[in-house]
Design a protein around this ligand. Sequence first.
Ligand code: FAD
Length: 614
Amino acid sequence: MGLFSRRKTVFVDSDVLVIGGGMAGCGATYESRYWGRDLKVVCVEKANIERSGAVAQGLYAINCYMGMQWDENQPEDHVRYARNDLMGLVREDLGYDIARHVDSTVHKFEEWGLPIMKDPETGRYQREGKWQIMIHGESYKPIVAEAARKAATEVYNRIMVTHLLMDKKKPNRVAGAVGFNVRTGDFYVFRGKAVIVCAGGASHIYKPRAVGEGMGRTWYAPWSSASAYALPILVGAKMTQMENRIVLTRFKDGYGPVGAYFLHLKTYTENAYGNEYESTWYEHTKNLVGDYIDRHPVPTCLRNHAILEEVKAGRGPIRMVTKEAFQDPHKETVGWENFLGMTIGQAVVWASQNIDPKEINPELTTSEPYVMGSHATCSGAWASGPSDYAPDEYQWGYNRMMTVDGLFGAGDTIGGTAHKFSSGSFTEGRIAGKAAVNYINDMGSDGPEVSEAEYENLKKVVYQPMENYQVGRNEIVAGTVSPSYILPIHGLQRLEKLMDEYVGGISSHYTTNDVLLGRGLELLDLLKEDLNCLAAEDLHQLQRAWELHHRVLASECVTQHTLFREETRWPGYYYRADHPKLDDGDWHCFTLSQYDRDSGKWGMEKAPVYHIID
Ligand SMILES: Cc1cc2nc3c(=O)[nH]c(=O)nc-3n(C[C@H](O)[C@H](O)[C@H](O)COP(=O)(O)OP(=O)(O)OC[C@H]3O[C@@H](n4cnc5c(N)ncnc54)[C@H](O)[C@@H]3O)c2cc1C
């Protein structure tokens, strides 16, 4: 094994193994303990669950709350809303399942100490919008993490999971995972009867707007490194809707959120010349997508589309009209506090650019694309649905189990269910946790076994970048340039450029076609070859190396899906210039992919969309 054979191997046995301790992972850990009192519940996290994942900085609103106790909304309403926003394509069974349980999750958060704002007149939670409630959420994540910490048998922080392990007795059954401690370098072998992947979404697969001095700043968390997709993809789990990447309209240069501005402060947008512009693009958009443009609320992608067209027509920048709202001192306070709870950087950017939103209407822009399953898009793993609600074709096992036995997921990991957000992700984690416990109980004594040969081989693979560095560093010719290796940052920038130019990133106005996608796949193949030469000078770089591996595999999946769907379903998120219109006749369906790690080939197929709710 060479230089790294001396690394210690730590073995951990578990019944339920939760990978990623963000919102979904905390929910899965909490609920697994509730149903599995005597089970060993282990949560593994690459950072520290206290402040990890997309909610690390805190949030200002919980974006998914029905308010059934006050008859504000019913779960069916939420399914209709998500379906409309996703241009008709959602897993209604999964969405309904989350919506019917999400209120109880939010009530738990309040019980655990999360301050939720109240409407002084009604005593109800303060609404920001139809689905959003406002919170004092700086400590949201530590509060949620405390519940998971108390529920878990053990939490392993600072362990980057790199691969899943498969059962040596039964094909297509998961048996655990391996990873390494990013501080000590120890190799970890986790044996688990059921594994729940909750490893967040993917940023930094497309070239970001913020480069150079701004590098690292993104809308979605920069540490969301696509493990949620790469881990299941590698063991052959089917993925769905991976082409449905998200593009956000946000305040320029700081990616500051706009939800509270639109919904609570009632601000609106205008073009460079102070004119309303959405109606200008009505006929054009109707020609592309038909009646979807007449839906209420207008789907998020179509609002992006109007902005993009207006800017392309030379009437940018688009600005948020804040000057009026900010004359009201209460609204001004809310406007600033909205950033202080979750995107402090936006307030700093405005200060540094002399922007006082009371005096100047700040610019908006559209972000680079991200891949995720919990916000306004629904990329992720194809999962079995709830037994009391899912159509037969969506049920092959336990709720939220992927197409690999014993492998569950929640939050950004699971596809087909947009608009779950923080509360819905935690709720889906709870659903997956309960199902995983049932799976283990039904398994009896026929538990999975890991293969020594498999994890020993992976140990070699995992540390290979450090070995590459040790050997190749003697050949450095200038600065950090070596003829024998590439560094993770080089690989990342190559990936971002490639995805940007060929798979519909910012520099091509999110536009691509079959020829570009084909070339993109060829270049991804070449990049994958070069990943064998990745070099890591320390454990931090080793983590970056594995994050890059995960990002590249997820990117390949995105590209395959984008090539497969021959239509433009979500203008504003991306455009297939060779198929510029929405095509409900052929493409009112889910796209599914499956990776074969032996051949490196992808299989693609369609799956039906069942409309369960009228
Ligand atoms: C800028 C921003 C604003 C948002 N605003 C709101 C809002 O206002 N309201 C709202 O309700 N929701 C909001 N959301 C959405 C919400 O944060 C997500 O829906 C939710 O966090 C998704 O939960 P998750 O568990 O899937 O992912 P995360 O919470 O991101 O958790 C993923 C976890 O997996 C860990 N991990 C990743 N890879 C590995 C690995 N290989 N090994 C071990 N651990 C790993 C990560 O460190 C992380 O802890 C926002 C998100 C962002 C980024």
